[in-house]
Ligand binder design. Sequence first.
Ligand code: HEC
Ligand code: HEC
Length: 353
Amino acid sequence: MWVIKNKFVFIFSILAVTLFVFNSFVDDNPYFKITAKDVELKIPQGFPKPFYTFKNNKLSADVFMLGRKLFYDPLLSGDSTISCASCHQRIAAFGHIDHALSHGINGLIGKRNVSGLENLIWKDTYMWDGGVNNLEVQPINPITNPVEMNETLEHDVYKLKHNKQYVMLFNKAYHDTIINSERMLKALTQFTGLMISANSRYDKYMAGKDTFSNAEKNGLVIFRMKCANCHKEPLFTDNTYRNNGIKPDTALRDLGRAAITGTDRDVNTFKVPGLRNIERTYPYMHDGRFRNLKQVMDHYANPEDYDTGADLSLHKIGKLSEKEKSEVIAFLKTLTDTEFLYDKRFMDPDMRQ
Ligand code: HEC
Ligand code: HEC
């Protein structure tokens, strides 16, 4: 009798332990758990003061986790098929691998190439034409765009209020029962705003912690002479709008910055994109016309073919030899930040791995 009883206790304990372990993986996967330390805003060495400071959006682990859930949730779209992450894929540095123009709801094709997401708090404006000047309101654009997520903020809030999991998550994040669009947008901003990329080989080289091959070193020299005027270090953008010499696509008729300012001078100028993780965010340019960096370099090194309105500083580039082009490409690849790309904080929390 005594033996049997003990056997029961033994089996029961094994069961309890198994259940506990299983549960902790399913409900609260520790791999994806975010702590207060994970959401501290650390300004990387040499970076300027950010434009967006989280002053009115106090960083917290629970708000960040809410934002992450929202970012990966197709619930935010009109027919629950498209999430932010459908277009902004982590593995493509939050761009969209292999799509020239964005693909949204009902298979509809947008007008522009999906931007990679990184170092957003250092941008004063967003989108290729700078049409949005506040990171917090930026998501309204894709959410309400009929060819992207085709939804209204009011209906998103309605869906969140009727979803048990979100009721719990909002409560955890804000310690009351209010669910509104402002909070939804602020949570998304904590998630996207903390996407800071500053640990590439380039950064390590600059800090004296890594070495460059000769090709990479030469590439950096050429880059500083011919490209850094617009793609200014360390963010690789000077936040201006320029015509980088690509001829307008007559089918798309994208006016660029002029669509916002209505000024002739701004026709066919676009926001200078940051180049961090550029190896991953192909295809390139606002319309995704170039499939790889070789095509980008062929464009810049061929002044005869520049658009008539090309920025004057482009003429500093001149002809580049094949060797020089490949050196610049070798340098650009040092901007790939694998720590950022594989940072668990930005992974889909519902992904089981
Ligand atoms: C259907 C595809 C699609 C979806 C869904 C989408 N985006 Fe985007 N996103 C884009 C495209 C395309 C651009 C560039 C748009 C432009 O310049 O007009 C962009 C630009 C951005 C930018 C500006 C980047 C910069 O550097 O200027 C941010 C931030 C952003 N998206 C966040 C989000 C968030 C948050 C969501 C979810 C609420 C989302 N996106 C959903 C396609 C998408
Ligand atoms: C006059 C300013 C200027 C100069 C100089 C310049 N660029 Fe650009 N670059 C831009 C602008 C503006 C865009 C976006 C253009 C567009 O999409 O219409 C861009 C786009 C790019 C892109 C594509 C980015 C993406 O996310 O799709 C790459 C790569 C690039 N430039 C690399 C370079 C290199 C390498 C050099 C030097 C050989 C260089 N640029 C010189 C302004 C400049």
